[in-house]
Design a protein around this ligand. Sequence first.
Ligand code: P6P
Length: 336
Amino acid sequence: MHNAITLTQFLIQDQRRIVTASGELTSLLNDIVIACKHIANVVNKGALIGVLGSAESENIQGEEQKKLDVISNDIVLTRNEWGGHLAGMASEEMEDVYNIPPQYPRGKYLLVFDPLDGSSNIDINMSVGTIFSILRCPEDVVEPTATDFLQPGTEQVCAGYAVYGPSTMIVLTTGNAVNGFTLDSNVGEFFLTHENMRVPENTEEFAINVSNERFWEPPVQRYIDECIKGANGPRGKNFNMRWVASMVAEVHRILTRGGIFMYPKDTKDKSKPGKLRLLYEANPMSLIIERAGGMATTGRERILDILPEELHQRIPVILGSKKEVEIVCSYHREMD
Ligand code: P6P
């Protein structure tokens, strides 16, 4: 039996370091963790309980919803609406803000989440995840509207994700460090297994959907072309490529062994400056990557500095090992 500390113990110890802490964030995070355990359970059972396949509906993004998208969204809402720590929630799967039902007390936080990121992988039994971001609700706001969620990523109180893979893990940052916890399903608790995760500055591994190459901007085309040219090209070294089509899995790999993840601006759909959503994908993952020593940018600006203009805003995302991200940024400066 391992003697690692539980996630709950870690959060309470973390809270004790802040003399003014009320314990609300700790309690909110515990509710989020229970939601992730519940989602892990239904994802793990999959076909056995008939939750695979399409929900025969679309989300606000016009994307087909899987049954598990809807189920996961409902689990997060149900597990978090009653605790008295939130003033409202917003999700990839809901067009508008979710206000706390009148029978429950309101709290000082806002929760923004992607309940099941990478859900196109669910039917092929590949890793998926839940991404969450906690913001402060503006003072004196009882029924928050979308406007109250439009805060830059630097305002996040906490960011984290659950990855439902060979192991179920939660990775989160509540302060300066990034820590990883692994679910022991026999005990039903997450245990600290990856303390102070750091992104290696250098890497030889890139992650991008190369089928979109003809739609990318020239700086991205140049960067990937040079990676592919390898040791005989301008970079003078060979690169490896990965593409899981699940941002949570890509970010987890980068936190574990380095890499650069890119979903850049492309001209595939001129109405969308990128595929990934700022509030509940790019911002929480950027906070985690930066706090682990990496870098997160659109290619032209730091993601965490962007002032959101609308709830489901999309942006280009280039994040990971600092040295490689800096090269991509330098190509944008040179070629713009
Ligand atoms: P593509 C999943 O749908 C997602 O939002 C990210 O998790 C993932 O990185 C990306 O889209 C995959 O996009 O174009 O490969 O399907």
